[in-house]
Each structure stands twice: as C-alpha cells, then as structure tokens.
Design a protein around this ligand. Structure first.
Ligand SMILES: [Zn+2]
Length: 712
C-alpha cells in the first residue's frame, strides 16, 4: 500500500515592518503574537504530534524583539524551542536587494550567537514575499553551517523565476480567474542546489506563496483587504468547522493540480499565517482542522511542522538529480526603492562609509561610539527592509496612515546616517588629542591595498576655503581639497592611506595657483572644441569625451590599456538619464500584473479586450542647454552642463576626472517634477564589449559586482 500524501503545514507570521500597521505598532503586535505562541505551545505540548502547535519564526527579528521585551518569558521560549515546537530561522528581516553582503552577514549575528549560546539548532533561512537577495547569501549561509534556504517569493508583476513561462501563484487562478486563461500554469515548488559566487551552497526550496494554507482553508481564509484596525483579526468569526469545509474542497483540488503539473513528491510544504494577512497573529484553529482531517482521510494526511522538519523530509527524496544553479537572484519589484531615489542615494552613502566607521569605532573602544554604531546598523537594516508603505497606498491614497508610514520609513534612512555620524564623531573625539597645532581635522582608515582614497567630508563649523587652504598630514605633506557640493559645505580630498593605520590631517593656509595654470599642469591637454562637437578631459588614467548635445560620453578610453569603454552606437549616450513615464489610459495597471499577464500570454480574452492599444510608456532624455562649462580643480577637473525637458524639468550633469586616482565620476543633480503616474528613471551605461551586450566581470576589476551599482 503506498504511503499517504503528507502535507507539512507550517505556521508563521510574514514580517512586514509597516504595511498592515504603523511601524511601531508592528513591534508591539509581535509581543502579543509571541505571548500567544507560548500559550499555544503549552496547551498542546502533549497533543499527538500531527496536531501539536508548532511555530516557525519567519524572521529572527521577531524573536529578538520579543526576548528583549519579555526576558521573563525566555525560559518558556527556550523550552518550546528545545522541544521542537518553535524553530528559529536565520533571516533577520526581509530586505530589498539594496542590502549588501556585509550588512546581510551582520544581520545574522544575533541569531547565530543566540542559538550557539543556548545550544539551539539553526538550520534554515526563510524569505517570503521578497524575490531577491544578494547572491552572496548562499556563501554566507554555507559559511555559517546553515544548510537550508526556503524562498516563498511573491510573483507580483512577474512570473515564477524557475517555472514555466507565465506561471502564477495557485491562488491567483482562484482569486484572479477572470484575468487569466483557464490553462495558465501555476508555480510548481522545486528543490535545487544554490551556489554563491564563492562556491558555498545551500539546498534551496522554492516554495509557493506564504499564505497558500489560508487560501486552502487549513488556516483561516477570511481576507483583510479592507480594514486593518489595531485588533482587526477579532472580526474573523470563522469556526474550525467552517475552515474544514473549505479545506475538504480545496486541498485535494490543489494536490491534484500539482500532480497534473508534474510535481514529483508525495509530500508538500504548505505555509500559512494564523490569519489571512501579513503580520498575522498565531492561531489554533488549524489544529482542529488537522485533527478532523486525519480522522476522516487516509490518502492525504496533514501534520503541523516547522521548516526544519520539512527539510528533513525533503532530503529523504534526494536522488542526486536536483539541479545545481550558480545564479544571482536580483529583486524584480522593489517598488518602494523606485519611489525613494533620494533615500536610495542616502543608503548608498551609508553603505560606503560603514567599513570606515566600523574601523574607527573599533579603534576608539568607546562605549558611546559603539552604541551609536549599533543604532546606525539597526536603523540601516530597517531602511533596507522591504516594506515601504501602507497596504492602502493605492486603494486609499489620501489615508493618513500612508503618510505616516512613508515618513517613518524615511526616518530610518536618516537615522542610519545620523547615528553613523554620531559614532564617527564620538570615536574621533576620543582618538584625536585636542589643542595640538595644527588642529587635526579628520582621521581616516586605510588598507595596504588602497594607497589613495577619495575622502568626502563635511566642513562642519570650520571655515574651510579650498582656494586658500590645504590639508596637512602629520609628516608635513600637503594635500589640497575641493568643493564636492559647495552649497552643502561638502568637500573632497584624495588622501594617502598607505599604512594600515590611522592618519590625521590638519589644515593650513596655502594659496593655490590660479585655476587655468592648474588645468594645464594637471591635465596635459584640454580642449573645448564646439566645432568638433565634443569636449575632452584627459589624465594618465582616462581620457573622456563629452557630447555637448546629450551630456553623455562618446568616448571613455583607459590610459593603461588603451581600451575604449563606450559603445557610441547605442541609442542612449553613455551616462544619459532616461525617464520612462506611463502614458497608457490604464495607468498603473498598464505596467502591473495586467500588462504582465498579457506579455506572458496567460491573460484571459476578457482582459486582453479591455487593454487599449497604443503606447504604454514613453522614454525621454533631456537635451543640454548652452555650452558645457569646464572647471579645473586641484582634485578633479569637471565638465558641467545643464539639461532640460518638460517631463524631467532641469538636470545638472557633471563629469569629473580625478587627478591622483584613475577615477571618473558622473554626478547628476535632478530637481524632479512630481508625477501621479508610475515612472522610472535610469542612467544608461552602454559599455563597448567584444561580444555585444555582454560585459565579463573579469574585464572590470574595479567594478563592484556584488551590488547593483550600475542600477543606481
Ligand atoms: Zn512583505
């Protein structure tokens, strides 16, 4: 007799810091959630295992939050964790893929330390909803001896990354049936070995949606689309028998559909929330559903499970045939990032400064600096978390909660930067003796790999003037500096960091040569030749040529190799801003799931008929107005231009070429027009390649391929 089909039902709460409720309410809600988790564990500790309450901490943030606030309940928590009723997973929060590998690794520290300290297993990482993460995650998990990774990505505005073209969530065929062709394929969960760039591997289970168990009636299916007051789940009056009636219909139907689509196993992981909503409280009705189910069914059996128990079952199905994928896994719909470009720039500033801040604070060994740094790192994690706005942003644009959540989210970016400043300032004050002459201005940390570094700093209360002053190092060597953004009192210098030690710099008066002389001295040759329709800058490292019509580069030639990096045949100029605005009458829907269903050929005839023909988006790029302006400076020479276009309004473009480093910078300052419709903006970088369209990472040793630098 064949063994019954076993459904491992996992209950967890999808962590959104925001979305359903204001951010600080989310923190309070999880305290109540975990009080209830412990109560449910206690009440069912001796129940038959299939109907014993089990809870998977979807993020370790949930547990950390709870244990910090309720130390008196830690013994209970540990008891049920050791008994296998609660499982901690590694993932701290669900991030956008703006997070870099270093920050991701740091985010795991708390749970790794906690599990080691309390001798708890830590075998799984779990990401739901988000659909991308740094490709280094496989390496990081392998390094930490965490063998299993489960993703329950949301295919909103896209499709299953490894499934049949156009495949959608199973529940969409139930809930959005009128929009889809009857034969639209569904996601088929699958296992594969996922390899990171350093060769680390994890067993990846690409599961279905994290609330599928609610849709199937194993947990409550009552939707909460319309109202989410603080105690909203109290309006769910469905009984376990109501749920069972639904499950009896839906579970066999789903199992049958999966079989028909080729799902090969006789076991299944079914993820549920206690309620059909994100940030759902735990709930006990599934235990009654499971008990009754198993009493009345033999072909399919249900059991509660943690994520690790599912993986234990899964590895028993390993026949050596699972595919191996060495792939990056970039996010495809971090909507919030697209609406927060200034905050994205701020997050990148914070990321760039993190290593220096960590080194400074470690060297200072000052508790106040350490505390400020910890605060900065936690605020950075909250900024990089995937939740940007309230559930009703589009349903009720005028609702106050939208503005609240947006403001609270933006503050996390500001706080991350503020506390990083605080940590650095506190560390510097400890380390630099005051009252010596010349007064030290800044200290920087370097590595032997990195002999000169661009250092951006704020003049603060000092009255610095790059035309009459220079920085002086401890050995008396002088280093000029230059305005980075004069209106913000920001300056930039290129400073030696040859020794793996800290260096300090003061400031002394040193009238600089007049700019025209410096230009000649530093640059070799410079010519503005309107007749030839190009402006050129040149150093030993690079020669760049700007097209005064587009503001982009027509040539970027590397000094050491003679290599040309620009594909001048491309439709967009190198470094050109491209604005993409929706013009279709359906607006937002024309670029969301409606458009995706049509593009992937799974749309119903009805949906297709309602989608007006005509352009969906228009692309525009601004045209440069007036002549390019060349400014020569001690740190970099720059070609500045102003461009305009009605949709874009005004854009300042600056190409900087540094003297002491082989560094080219493009600075775009854009005062953007408000748009009520979806829009996107890109900077085009059409690289010249031997094989058109492909750029081998090895061809660009200075490029940071671990992040999405080119998408910024
Ligand atoms: Zn989410």
């Amino acid at each position: 007799m064949p063994s019954p089909y076993t459904i491992y039902v996992m209950q967890s709460a999808h962590t959104d810091i925001g979305y359903t409720h204001a951010q600080e309410q989310i923190g309070l809600m999880y305290l109540e959630h975990y009080d209830r988790v412990l109560d449910l564990c206690r009440h069912t500790a001796n129940a038959p295992e299939p109907q014993r309450f089990k809870w998977t901490c979807e993020t370790s943030w949930q547990a950390r939050q709870y244990l910090a606030a309720r130390p008196e309940r830690e013994e209970d928590f540990l008891r049920y964790a050791r008994a296998g009723q609660i499982e901690l997973t590694a993932s701290y929060l669900h991030f956008t893929d703006l997070i870099d590998a270093d920050a991701y690794r740091r985010s795991l520290r708390w749970v790794v330390d906690y599990c080691r300290r309390h001798d708890l297993p830590l075998r799984c990482a779990l990401h739901g909803d988000i659909n991308g993460w740094p490709c280094a995650v496989a390496d990081i998990l392998a390094d930490l001896d965490i063998p299993y990774f489960c993703s329950q990505i949301h295919v909103d505005s896209a499709t299953d990354p490894l499934g049949r073209r156009g495949s959608v969530h199973y529940q969409w065929t139930r809930e959005m049936g009128r929009m889809l062709r009857p034969d639209a394929p569904i996601r088929v969960p699958q296992a594969f070995w996922w390899y990171g760039p350093a060769g680390g591997r994890v067993l990846h289970w690409l599961n279905e949606h994290y609330l599928l168990g609610n849709v199937l009636g194993v947990s409550s299916p009552q939707p909460f689309g319309a109202d989410k007051t603080r105690y909203f789940t109290e309006t769910d009056h469905l009984s376990a028998d109501d749920l069972y009636d639904r499950a009896r219909q839906e579970v066999p139907r789903y199992v049958e559909r999966l079989r028909a689509e080729g799902y090969p196993y006789d076991a299944l992981l079914l993820s549920t929330g206690g309620f059909y909503v994100d940030n759902a409280p735990p709930d006990g009705r599934w235990l009654d559903v499971i008990a009754r189910w198993n009493a009345e069914h033999e072909d399919i059996v249900l059991r509660t499970a943690t994520l690790g128990e599912w993986f234990d079952a899964l590895v028993s199905h390993d026949t050596g045939a699972w595919p191996r994928y060495h792939v990056a896994w970039p996010d495809h719909w971090a909507h919030g990032l697209g609406a927060a470009t200034a905050r994205v720039a701020q997050a990148r500033r914070t990321q760039r400064r993190r290593a220096d801040a960590l080194a400074l604070v470690a060297a200072a060994n000052e508790p106040a600096a350490t505390a400020a740094l910890e605060m900065a790192l936690e605020q950075e994690r909250l900024a990089l978390e995937h939740t940007f706005d309230a559930w009703c942003t589009t349903a009720r644009p005028a609702a106050a909660i939208n503005a609240f959540q947006q403001a609270a989210k933006e503050l996390t970016f500001h706080r991350a930067e503020l506390y990083l400043d605080e940590a650095i300032g506190t560390a510097l004050r400890v380390m630099i003796p005051l009252g010596v002459a010349p007064a030290p201005l800044l200290r920087i940390h370097g590595t032997e790999m990195d002999e000169a570094r661009v250092v951006h700093f704020d003049m603060g209360d000092l009255r610095l003037d790059p035309r009459s002053q220079v920085l002086v190092a401890a050995d008396g060597a002088l280093y000029p500096f230059q305005y980075d953004a004069a209106e913000l009192s920001l300056v930039v210098a290129v400073l030696p960091t040859r020794a793996a030690a800290l260096s300090s710099f003061g400031v002394v008066a040193q009238p600089m040569a007049t700019p025209p002389d410096m230009c000649a001295a530093h640059r070799g040759s410079h010519m503005a030749t309107p007749a030839a329709a190009s402006v050129e800058l040149r150093t030993e490292g690079w020669r760049l040529r700007v097209d005064p019509a587009t503001g982009g580069l027509t040539s970027l030639r590397e000094g050491s190799t003679g290599r040309e990096w620009v594909d001048a045949r491309h439709a967009q100029a190198f470094g050109q801003l491209v604005h993409e605005g929706v013009v279709h009458p359906l607006g937002r829907q024309a670029v969301g799931n409606v458009a995706r269903f049509i593009a992937l050929d799974v749309a119903s005839d009805e949906l297709r008929a309602g989608f007006a023909q005509g352009p969906v988006v228009v692309h525009t790029s601004p045209a440069v107005e007036g002549e390019p302006h060349v400014i020569c400076g001690p740190i970099f020479d720059v070609i500045e231009m102003v461009a305009a276009e009605p949709r874009i309004r005004r854009l300042q473009i600056a190409w900087r070429l540094y003297h002491a480093l082989p560094l080219v910078e493009l600075v775009l300052n854009w005062d953007k027009v408000w748009s009520d419709r979806p829009e996107a903006a890109y900077v085009a970088f059409p690289f010249a390649t031997e094989e058109r369209g492909r750029l081998a990472p090895s061809a660009c040793p200075r490029c940071d391929w671990s992040s999405r630098s080119w998408a910024a």
